[in-house]
Design a protein around this ligand. Structure first.
Ligand SMILES: Cc1cc2nc3c(=O)[nH]c(=O)nc-3n(C[C@H](O)[C@H](O)[C@H](O)COP(=O)(O)O)c2cc1C
Length: 167
């Protein structure tokens, strides 16, 4: 066991880490919630993954510097919207800095009130199971309260080597 309290130096650059991680193809989601002023906020995320079936748990992470961190830490309920190949424009929109990402976007409230984007292949409505700082991100584990599949037969939007694609 290392006895030093100093952080071990990695033998790779951040660029090499990003490139290696980029070899792992993922789906693409928009994670969204209501804000205290009655609006909505959300962002594009590919850190989403499954954790547990019983209880039903999922995981995702948010950059500690993201403007939406406080909104997600404080919310009682949020949605995870799984995008289809037809929704690349939404993925780009929710990854860009702009005033109101929801302006002109079709959505409806879920059973718990979180915004559900129209046209997604699946959605999950969650409450917090745990919120844990993890390096330069915060790790959210969500307990799934409600879910649905709407355009489940459509090809999915993928993200691989820094580019969008589809299955
Ligand atoms: C395909 C894709 C996946 C992303 N996944 C994540 C993610 O899982 N976590 C994260 O913090 N940012 C992720 N981002 C970046 C955020 O979408 C973006 O930085 C965020 O919307 C900025 O939020 P802010 O402007 O409110 O600070 C991703 C971006 C793209 C294009």
């Amino acid at each position: 066991m290392p006895t030093s309290t100093h952080r071990l130096r990695a033998d790779f650059s951040e660029r090499e880490l990003r490139d290696a991680l980029g070899e792992f193809a993922t789906g693409v989601t928009v994670i969204a919630t209501r804000t205290p002023d009655g609006g909505c906020t959300g962002f594009t995320a590919n850190s989403f993954n499954s954790v547990s079936l019983d209880p039903p748990l999922v995981v995702w992470s948010l950059n500690r510097r993201a403007s939406q961190l406080t909104a997600f830490e404080r919310t009682a309920c949020y949605s995870i919207n799984v995008l289809t190949h037809a929704q690349q424009a939404l993925a780009e929109r929710f990854a860009e800095p702009r005033g109101n990402r929801f302006a002109g976007v079709a959505f409806r409230p879920g059973p718990g009130g979180a915004p559900l984007l129209d046209g997604c292949s699946a959605w999950f409505e969650c409450r917090h199971h745990s919120v844990t700082p993890a390096g330069d991100h915060v790790l959210f584990i969500g307990e799934v309260l409600h879910l649905g599949r709407t355009h489940a037969g459509d090809a999915m939007l993928t993200f691989h080597r820094g580019r969008f694609g589809s299955t």
